[in-house]
Write a protein that binds this ligand. Sequence first.
Ligand code: SF4
Length: 762
Amino acid sequence: MSALPVTPPKALTAYRPFWAKRFGPAPFLPMSRAEMEQLGWDSCDIIIVTGDAYVDHPSFGMAVIGRTLEAQGFRVGIIAQPDWNSADAFKALGRPNLFFGVAAGNMDSMINRYTADRKIRSDDAYTPGGEGGKRPDRATLVYTQRCQEAFKDVPIVIGGIEASLRRIAHYDYWQDKVRRSVLVDSKADLLVYGNAERAIVEIAHRLARREPVQSLTDIRGTAFMRRDDDPSAEGWFELDSTEVDRPGRIDELISPYQIIDDKACASNDEPDAPKPITLHKTGRISMPPRERTVVRLPAYEQVKSDPVLYAHANRVLHLETNPGNARALVQRHGDRDLWINPPPIPLTTPEMDHVFDLPYARAPHPSYADENGSHDGATKIPAWEMIRFSVNIMRGCFGGCTFCSITEHEGRIIQSRSEDSVIREIEEMRDKVKGFTGIVSDLGGPTANMYRIGCKSPEIEAACRKPSCVYPGICPNLNTDHGPLIKMYRRARALPGVKKILIGSGLRYDLAVQSPEYVKELVTHHVGGYLKIAPEHTEQGPLSKMMKPGIGTYDRFKQMFEAASAAAGKKQYLIPYFIAAHPGTSDEDMMNLAVWLKRNGFRADQVQTFYPSPMATATAMYHSGRNPLKGISRDESRGEKVDIVRGERRRRLHKAFLRYHDANNWPLLREALKAMGRADLIGNGKHHLIPSYQPLTDGGYESARRKNSTPSKPAAKAPAKTAGRAATPRPGQVLTQHTGLPPRVTGSGRGGAGRPGKPAKR
Ligand code: SF4
């Protein structure tokens, strides 16, 4: 395997600014005509339509893209959470001179609006007051349609996580069917996927130069519908991967579990000039140049009705995600070709600094303020509250967990900011953000401890086809030095006015154990009473489908955590998170997990059930019953079948095992344990999982997330005997995941153990 001879991209800061740069940066990007007039603008060059409330902060997509375009000289307006019942709201800022940028928001609109059990949520963390119902289902489609109605001839570029993860034909859990690419359904002109700064800046400048949007077919990180008469389609080699089990190959298939040897990764055996595919006597195939090769996936019409081909398409897509060697993909939809260019080249550190150093107001738009002019009252935006005192230090994740979409979206190569840039942001937060108490609630990113970590060699990294750098073990080529992160922590907590730096992002603990110094530093200075980590399971069956490390690594980390806590004289707790009903999880696996939880004294208050999100490998398992990690075949003896937890009853049972301590679940568990031949776990002894008696129960359990989704019931009064225990756990006392622990110190001055909605690292 050799790397694509990737042309270094044009730096974000190397473009000649658009003429409107003279207006300078806006205090907030305008959301109304009146604000545009105040800024002296007669029109917007670009209008971003988003499903989230506009928060001018680098954790919000519309702010990052808006400010990045503004820095290029474009006048950018924001239409946030418009009324989608007519096109009126989409005309509020007038006709954009260049294009509409449409995004559903920071989350897929269906995940935002529905629970893992497909029940509608009544809340929305990205809306003032947490109010639900401010965005439509499949917001990208609806907004695009309304933009077209508002201004028929204005180009539309869709992006954000919803468009990104629905860029090819994808299984849609809510409709339980395979849907077309969102580009096809929306009829937008272009789709940008992943972190889109490079692509959107290039698109804006080329449209500003009056290039027709149809000619923008060569930009990385974009997808478009290829016209039959498109001259730029000339000179491409097409590799047909529309079937499985055919003689030949689309690539040298590398097992995700294989350790890649340096030489093999770094070798470059491909010809410089385009050549047809040649079959040598040995059977070896000489491949055409990767940068002019496109892999044809099975058509939408094929994957729609054939789960085997769906799983195959998913596998091929995931093999083509490393910007160093990914090839273009093409997928037929009806009589048209959807073309997906290779992923964007990661931003360099100076470019990351550029993006994060832009003049964000670090606050919600003033139009959301309450009657006191504040964002802390009834109009508080929960998602902003969560990140208000936190700093994002990097992007990307090389973990490759199959149920998570970060790798598909942000990529596997870590993009880190410089230490100086992070420190500047903390100082700015300290000096400017109202309510800052000296506590930084997080210095993190998709994973807390991947800052500046990556492959030892750029050449090997560019050639690598593995889906994870840490599964099934830490790759020997991975540089696991946590030194730069430790150095940054030390510098940050020494800043005047900073009392405490917490690490709220999820930790990759199998990586952390490689650096005892890091664990010591973290545990001694940066844990606010407890640390959430996510082993996700204890059993090898589901763990291997998730690409997560074995529970032994958790035990190792736990030992280090407890030793470091004791040495620091601190009582701190580790809170493991688990996932129910993941593909590959048998009922026995869940039972074993429940026994482990009981043995270790954990009682899960909040249960995570597997949520099949678009494009994830685990979702392909869910839909097809096959494991794309192992290769896909129609031959029953090849590949791997996966046990899928379907149906309400079985999902309920898996959740019930996680909450084995909830008496409401005992009748279901008793029945299941008896059917599994494990009635020995029913009884009233310490070694039993559930008792044989049935107390009177309130009939239901309400998870922390569900509390946000349905009107909360009044909390049951705690028995006097246990009421006082919650705040002062003793060693050996049974701990729950979200209650029963000392309040965590947070940047917002809130007590309580939970940070609702903040995802634990998986
Ligand atoms: S460290 Fe990651 S990128 Fe490098 S060879 Fe290993 S798996 Fe591939």
